[in-house]
Design a protein around this ligand. Sequence first.
Ligand SMILES: [Zn+2]
Length: 345
Amino acid sequence: MRDELINIKNIAVSFILDAQDKKTLEEVRMQFLGRSGKLTIAMKNIIKVPIEDRRDIGQLANEIKRIVEEAINQKIQTLTKFITEERRSKIDLSIPGILPEIGHLHPMTQILYDVVDVFKTIGFQAADGPEIESDYYNFEVLNIPKNHPARDTQQTFYLNTRDTNLNPGEIILRTQTSAMQGRVMEKTKPPLRVIVPGKNFRYEQVDASHGFEFWQVEGFCVDKHIRLTDLFGTISFVLGKLMGDKTKIKFATTNFPFVEPGVDTYIECTVCKGKGCSFCKNSGWSEIMPAGMIHPNVLRKVGYDPQEVSGFAFAIGMSRLVTLRYKMDDLRLLTNPDLRILEQF
Ligand SMILES: [Zn+2]
């Protein structure tokens, strides 16, 4: 009888431990503690045990019943906890998601990529150059010798050369990406079509349409028989692609030492649609791209023969292109770190 009771207990406990849900557990309870459960019947049979052992067996039976009941109660608690945890860890697909903020490209970068893409389609390659530049590449090679009045229009940041072997004024922050013309042409034989996107620096009074730091995309093309009409065609194509085919463009003659003849490209002010505003200084037009045919002196300086080859060059004012495309009336917004501004693009 004793062995039988202990056997029932062992089986009952192992069933209880194996139970994976409350339904199974209830079945186990009925199997052992129910009206005709194994333990219940065993306990009824205690009466058949010889009288001298009956008390001990009775105690054992009660103890085993208590153990089995406790095991069932503990298992119920474990199962309840498990179910709650499982429910908590399940993903509820009906809850609206929280989108992480992933940011985007700065408007200047967006336009820069667009510009490079457009030029790629007509065979231009992009080059990169130093922002700290020598006076030679920034001015001299571009037909702007020392004391040339054109230097006055490009207020220059000079770098300290006191503790070096360099002459004062020799190292500057480049004032124009045109500085790359000399660097590229010296090393490359024509034909070439190159664009140079980059940052320039001038000691300028900052206002709605001027900054001391601004982006340009320099471009130049040198080959046999390059003419002014090639320049006009290239500029019209590029601006049409970037600003829309209906954008009004006009060219005006101007003078820069590194081009002959020089032209200035204007596009209709998108802020005021040509009516005149503070951004376009009430002219209705915005100057966007100085350009021209590369001066023979520049070609000679880099070792080309102006009788053999000719070329055109231009510099797109990127900062102004961005403000015109997005109809921003102030260039300074581009360098403002306020996310409320940047998130609009
Ligand atoms: Zn305007």
